[in-house]
Design a binder for this molecule. Sequence first.
Ligand SMILES: C[S@@+](CC[C@H](N)C(=O)[O-])C[C@H]1O[C@@H](n2cnc3c(N)ncnc32)[C@H](O)[C@@H]1O
Length: 442
Amino acid sequence: MEARELALKIVNDIEGKGAYANIVLSRELSRHRLTDQDRRFTTELVYGTTKAGGTLDWLLSHYSSRPLEKVNPTIRNILRIGMYQLFFLTKVPPSAACNEAVNLAKKFGHAGTVKFVNAVLRNAARSPEKATYPDPQDEPVRYLSLKYFHPEWLVTLWLERWGFAECEKLLRINNETPPLCLRTNTLKISREELLRRLETEGAKCEASNWTPEGIICVEHPALANLPSLKDGLMQVQDESSMLVSHVLAPQPGEFIIDACGAPGGKSTHIAALMNNRGRLLSTDLYDHKLKLTEENAKRLGITMLETQALDATTLHLRYAGQADRVLVDAPCSGLGVLRRKPDSRWRKNQAMLRDLPVLQLAILESAAECVKPDGILVYSTCTTEPEENEQVVEEFLRRHPGYSLEPVGSYLPGERKDRMLQLWPHVDGVDGFFIARMKRNK
Ligand SMILES: C[S@@+](CC[C@H](N)C(=O)[O-])C[C@H]1O[C@@H](n2cnc3c(N)ncnc32)[C@H](O)[C@@H]1O
């Protein structure tokens, strides 16, 4: 199947069945034998079209005589994919974008729809200036939302919080493709050796400055074609996510609980830092997700890890006062990692920022009861929102005077002095993560 037709099938599935872009994409790419170039093009079309969302419909409304909601969904997606190429993929000649869309319309529509697709796209290719963005001064929210493909509620919030310039930088970086980050499985190999191996496997990589085991992959073949992954020499994990286990600083022989552990990115890192010695319990609400933790642990050669399905708000009922350290990598809005999942911004809503902190605090309070005196509690999220981060920790500390904050800065490279750590994609170049470390004094 040709790249554009496969992209259309995937975009139809995402829209029609509510499927997740990354999951359908990797399933379909493994079913179809595409060249590396076509694989990249399909990915670009799928991620671009889903990410651009409402902007493509807004652009189309300048050229279509028919309201888009009245257009057959497949034809509408042919138009969206065509518009994405015309307006955002400068390397695709406009004639190719139009011709290929018309070919798809021939296959999935009838004579009338072929004419319609042809007219809309050729009109757009001829007069792109017909669609001008709103004025940023007069309508900053609409301008930023349309220009950078983010929902208006989120732009409104970030604009209020961070101001125009910062908000724009953050929105812009969320549309960039982040590099693939890998964590060396130090139980099996050193980073230097793995870097050499990856080179022989056709990947261009460099050492990360954030952690001693992190690797940034600038160019690489399909992940499934990297033997180092299959052989358990590494784990896909962002650099900021790796920092969390360093801040926890688990020691060999200790009892560690990872309260929201699946799919095991941090649990398996903790096991490596403990040299696979001691007791490590990785819990999660969902059994099926714990299976992924177990698969990861097996692939990485970790034998110390136990899993258990439970609601972390009840962790204290079984493990009160037993653990040396507990990690709460809480369920969160994920607003710090929008660049990793291009369709995810359209699945979020503002109610998350009201509801999630209640759950986050409940999990943190239960986890806190499981920590021994002098033990350590780490709270982390992959979001940038104060309600889910500082405010949860501050409320927790207010309710639990037996805990005190330990500055995170000393677990980071360089001279950072952060009390609690908030990492930003547009400032730090890594995923947006929050980390706080607390000590139980009594
Ligand atoms: C941020 S993810 C964890 C990622 C994981 N720590 C890693 O590094 O791979 C949050 C996890 O919390 C789990 N979760 C959500 N609500 C929960 C609850 N009440 N109790 C336990 N786990 C929960 C989700 O299933 C999800 O796997």
